[in-house]
Write a protein of this length. Sequence first.
Length: 128
Amino acid sequence: MAQASRPLSPHLGIYRWYFTMGLSIAHRATGGALAVALVLLAWWLLALAGGPDSFATVRAVMDNVFGGLILFVLTACLYYHTLNGVRHLVWDTGRNISREGAKQSGMLVIALAAALTVVTWLAILLVG
């Protein structure tokens, strides 16, 4: 059989990675992480409703450095995903869709997500 001279499907190895491409992938990844966070939230709520023994199990799992790190990362995911969603809503209005505007708004999203995460955790640690 003769080989068809068709081009191969594009693959990630063909494309040059750029900043907004990474932000798009991060948006999808944070969405997946937030789905996992909902499972953890449901577990926490069920344990809370289940009584002191159930809730003690959740606290034993989450009240350590690893559990705190998971909650910190999920907080960052929540802020990033929300702010990047707002960024997409702004694009839907036809604003800020130039290449430079997309890059600047992406950097703003990262900076705000980082700042809000740190401020949230400082408030949790200092007040609570």
